[in-house]
Design a binder for this molecule. Sequence first.
Ligand SMILES: [Zn+2]
Length: 181
Amino acid sequence: MSLADLILSLLRLIDPRLPTTIVLFSLVDLWKMLVVFVITAFAVLCVHELAHLAALRSLGIPARILLGGRREESRFWFLSPMVVHIEDQVMATMQPLQIRLAAASGPIAHLLASLACWCLGLSLPGPAWLGVGVTLCGAMYFVCCMLMNVVPLPVLKNDGWLVLRPETALAEVRRKLGLLD
Ligand SMILES: [Zn+2]
């Protein structure tokens, strides 16, 4: 079995609809597929953060998108290269339901966008590397979103945790501002 066959067999474990023949994996096509993968990942990440931003703005809460914005507050900041930032003073005035809505909007948009890439990528017109890159990224991002965003992880204080424990997040911010004992 060639290396290309091995890679393709592994990829077909993720999505069995992937092609069985190696028209795809010349080295150049593999690079093109990786570029498509990265661009798709960036686009889905933007959809995630823009959904948070749109939800917050529609609730009348000022917020902005920052790159590497959690560097100071989390050891795992690199898992969130792009974040929606709310000033602590603003966050301290939010209602738990507002936090829940704003936190849930990102993963919902993320799951829908990545599911669309996963399901529809192979139907895209054009060369195989385009459709396979989009499909693989959709599949990977769908699973990653489930594991990293939807499942509540207190250590990451991720979106799922915020939906589940908005009062804890509020108390932490208010304590930081000296508004609680
Ligand atoms: Zn999020």
